[in-house]
Design a binder for this molecule. Sequence first.
Ligand SMILES: C[S@@+](CC[C@H](N)C(=O)[O-])C[C@H]1O[C@@H](n2cnc3c(N)ncnc32)[C@H](O)[C@@H]1O
Length: 311
Amino acid sequence: MAAQPFREGEIVLLLDRAQNRRLVRLRAGAKAHGHKGYLEHDRIIGEPEGTVARASSGATYLVFRPRLSEYALEMPRKSAIVYPKDVGIILVWADIYPGATVVESGLGSGSLTLALLRAVGPTGQVIVYEQRADMIGPALANVRGFALPGEVPDGEAGPSNLIVRERDVYEGIEESDVDRLVLDLPEPWRVLPHALDCLRPGGVVACYSPSIVQVQRTVEELEASGGFGQIESLEVLYRPWHVKGQAVRPVQQMVSHTAFLTFARRLAGRGHRPGEEAPKDEEDETLAPHEAAPVAPEDGESDGSAPGATG
Ligand SMILES: C[S@@+](CC[C@H](N)C(=O)[O-])C[C@H]1O[C@@H](n2cnc3c(N)ncnc32)[C@H](O)[C@@H]1O
């Protein structure tokens, strides 16, 4: 994509010398006020991305188009959001691909929805179940407020690949043949009976849960349903480093915990709802990753593990 100068209406990211972030929508003649004086938007409009702009006090700011992660961290919130470190793993572990049909719940502030929309692209679809009407307007405003680099966000029209259903997802999911189901709500296990019906064989369910007690219940119910395999729970630790002269070390403050992630895949033609008896042929032969039998190396071939490594 050819480099384009900043245009009026775009949202830009201002970074001061201490790397403090601020998002500003460019308006001709407007000023961004801060404790370091004000910065005239006209000094940015027409300039290339990565420009250094000077405020009235002489302080300088780097000006970029925000990355999606920076936009999500700075946009207004009515709920906790999924943080970028977890969004990245969700997209890869749940294998969200262009053209996929994804059901998500709940909408919250729209952080995860924004990333899912980008990953499925214009040929895919994201259908979000959100039970609280008062969450939907602000979240949609966040979604509409983001645009591709160089584009001016359309504050009116939502993306054509997004459907929001104002509904309690515990009561059911109307879609079928869904490729991916992504859950960030208090009791994800209550959605699993519907996941059996809506997910296609091989489809992935991903659950974001702040408490390990939620993870335990979710995994137990995934296993008990007999309809899922390749069940995996994990957490993502993100530790930025400070690199300045001889001071090369991890930063002293970091986000210590956000949530745990659980992933599982829908098996073909299997599964039963809570209270139903497991069919006779549904013996528990599904191996969780840590129980999977190791693949023996061919004769004379190294298995690649370090000497003495176990597991
Ligand atoms: C933590 S927020 C989700 C944040 C979102 N993932 C983000 O990144 O911005 C949880 C949302 O789930 C919604 N929710 C909770 N239970 C629900 C249910 N049974 N059906 C639909 N939505 C539900 C809540 O109203 C809330 O908006």
